[in-house]
Structures are given as structure tokens and as C-alpha cells.
Design a protein around this ligand. Structure first.
Ligand code: NAD
Length: 322
């Protein structure tokens, strides 16, 4: 299949690109590099540096594609709170352009990166796809708006689609991992702290969890990439709609910190901070639907394995930067 990957120079998109090439697909990437890196793209990729709203450049790619995998988005929760209009303009606005151009040029397969942020706070049990959708920040709001738009627009466009709600993407593959700036994700932050590059702040130790810190469902990026490949096949079997992608298991902030000490052999400077607004105590995926619909299961079940893969990447990243 010839796949157009939007945001393929980013963290998760870059892992998908590698997995898709290895599976024998042809890959075209469109990315404006606002948070991505051109040097992260394998040489076999056909790369167009452009915003997806640059239709003159987007259209010929769509015309040649058999499927689109849409990763491109802004995804920093704090920034979305500071500039909600900008977030809706970027995420929803560019998505509307993408759908409009798909209407004109095809293709008829689309996979969309959604997020657990569509669920909001919940009651602590694993979220399933039928749970109420009550995002607590504008970032989650943009993802929900995009899901709803897709569901309404797809029938008119003859589009087969899946929206994949990732929980916490984590880990790295050889040569490619997280390079967000600023970084907001716990595992790379804890590893930077282990390297002595920062202190780590734990936002709240008084949650209703066994050790008082928040619990999240960390899914390895390579498992996400495998799920996207399975999703592309599933589209042709008529599978459509929304699916959670997680492991179904949670780990607390303190468990991540303990794992980082085990893997790196280093102690970090750790400070306690206040709770952050809108941080739920527990975010864990119910994954039965994805497992059944995709014939897929997360292979990384061990937190230490995920942290070890991210550690390899962090060390190489900062060795290069000095
Ligand atoms: N990282 C996570 O834990 C997580 C969890 C849930 C959902 N997601 C979603 O997964 C997707 C990928 O996340 P990531 O962590 O790899 O982010 P990332 O910032 O590393 O990658 C996003 C890529 O999209 C590009 N991009 C953004 N807007 C663009 C535009 N208008 N035109 C062209 N390119 C554009 C960026 O340059 C970047 O390369 C996002 O949609 C994000 O919302 C991520």
C-alpha cells in the first residue's frame, strides 16, 4: 500500500513510518516540522515539508495514496489551555482541510490519532469506548471535535475510518524516540532527571491510589505502530469507529520513578508539587474492543522494558547534544 503519513517526522509517526516500511509499504510524509525533525525520517521516505493546509502540495500526495494515517497535531495540554482558539484552529482547522481534499482526491482509507484525553476524569475504572466523552482541556476537546467531524463526514466521502485513542505513548525504537521541546511526558522527563539535566516534579501525592500518585496506562510506541498496521488491514474488513489503544494496566508516577532508578542505576532530584488541574487519578484503557477488532495485543507488558528502550534513546540523544 502507498500510505500518506501526516506528522511522520514526529515521535509516534516516525515509529509508524519505520514499521510500515519494514512491512513493505511505500511511505510519503507531509510534515511542517513545527515539532518534528526531518533527520528522523528514513531515507526511503518521500518527504514533503509543508503544512497540511498547503493544498497545492497536499493534493498530489492524496491523489497517489491508498491510505492516510493522520498523526499531525499540536498536543501540549498546557499550551491548549493558554491558546484554545489556536489549538482548535490548528488541529480541527487543518483536519477539515485534509477531509475536504480527501473528498476531492481520495483515498478512501483514513486512520486518525485520537487520545484518551477525550474521556476526561472518569471514576477510576478502565475507560471503554462507550464511556461519556467529557474532555477537561481544549486539547482533548479538539480530538473529540475531530472524531465527531469524521463520523459525520465519512459516509458522504465514502471514507473507511478508524480513530485510535492512544493512552500514554512511551518508549523508543532503535534510532527514534521522544524529542518534544518542551517535554511534558513523564518517562523522558524522569530520564532527563536521571541524566542530571533537570529536577523531576511529582504533581500530587494525595490521590486515591495505592501510593498516592497518579496512575497511567503506558503503551510502547512500537505496539501503537503495530496497531496502526493492523487497523489498515481491518478497514478492508469493514471495521470502523473508535478504538482504545493501551495495555489495560496502569503504573503510578512513583512506579515509573522506581523503574527509572532500576534501569539507569541513578538517583534523580525529585520534588513534590501541587496537583495539576484536570489530572485524573487514574487513566487506564479497556482494550478488549481493539484486541478483538484488530487481532492485536500490546507486546510490551513490562514497564522496565519500556523504560529501558526510552533510556537507550535518551542517552544517545543527549550524547549527541553534549
Ligand atoms: N504522545 C502521546 O502520548 C499521545 C497520546 C495520545 C494521542 N497522541 C496524538 O498522536 C499524534 C502524534 O503525537 P506525537 O507525540 O508523535 O507528537 P509530535 O509532536 O512528536 O508529532 C506531531 C507531528 O506533526 C507535525 N505537525 C503538526 N501540525 C502539523 C500541520 N498542521 N501540518 C503538518 N505537520 C504538522 C509536527 O511537526 C510533528 O512532526 C498527535 O495527533 C497526538 O495528539 C499522542
Amino acid at each position: 500500500m502507498r500510505i500518506l503519513v501526516t506528522g511522520g517526522a514526529g515521535y509516534i509517526g516516525g515509529v509508524f513510518v519505520r514499521a510500515a516500511l519494514a512491512a513493505g509499504h511505500e511511505i510519503m510524509v507531509i510534515d511542517n516540522l513545527c515539532t518534528g525533525f526531518e533527520d528522523s525520517l528514513p531515507p526511503e521516505v518521500e518527504f514533503v515539508r509543508a503544512d497540511i493546509r498547503e493544498t497545492r502540495l497536499l493534493d498530489p500526495l492524496l491523489a497517489r495514496a491508498d491510505a492516510v494515517v493522520h498523526f499531525a497535531a499540536l498536543s501540549i495540554v498546557g499550551d491548549s489551555v493558554a491558546d484554545p482558539v489556536g489549538y482548535y484552529r490548528e488541529n480541527l482547522g487543518s483536519f477539515l482541510t485534509l477531509l475536504d481534499r480527501i473528498r476531492l482526491h481520495g483515498p478512501h482509507r483514513l486512520i486518525f490519532s485520537s487520545s484518551a484525553a477525550v474521556y476526561g476524569s472518569g471514576e477510576g475504572r478502565p475507560f471503554d469506548e462507550g464511556d461519556p466523552l467529557l474532555p477537561v482541556n481544549p486539547y482533548g476537546g479538539t480530538k473529540l471535535a475531530m472524531e465527531q467531524t469524521l463520523a459525520h463526514v465519512a459516509p458522504a466521502l465514502g471514507l473507511n475510518w478508524l480513530a485510535l485513542r492512544y493512552f500514554n505513548a512511551a518508549g523508543a525504537v532503535p534510532g527514534h524516540g521522544e524529542r518534544h521541546d518542551p517535554e511534558t511526558h513523564l518517562i523522558p522527563l524522569a530520564l532527563e532527571a536521571a541524566l542530571g539535566r533537570r529536577e523531576l516534579i511529582v504533581f500530587g501525592r494525595d490521590y486515591d491510589t495505592p501510593d498516592g500518585t497518579c496512575i497511567r496506562d503506558y503503551i510502547h510506541v512500537n505496539d501503537l505502530a503495530r496497531a496502526h498496521l493492523a487497523a489498515l488491514t481491518a478497514l478492508d474488513r469493514g471495521v470502523e469507529g473508535v478504538l482504545n489503544l493501551g495495555t489495560g494496566r496502569g503504573h503510578s508516577v512513583q512506579e515509573v520513578i522506581d523503574s527509572v532508578v532500576r534501569i539507569t542505576g541513578r538517583e534523580s532530584v525529585i520534588k513534590d508539587g501541587a496537583r495539576r488541574t484536570g489530572d485524573p487519578a487514574k487513566l487506564i484503557a479497556a482494550v478488549k474492543k481493539a484486541e478483538e477488532c484488530l487481532g492485536w495485543q500490546a507486546q510490551y507488558s513490562d514497564l522496565d522494558e519500556i523504560v529501558a528502550s526510552a533510556w537507550e534513546w535518551s542517552r544517545s540523544l543527549y550524547k549527541d547534544r553534549g
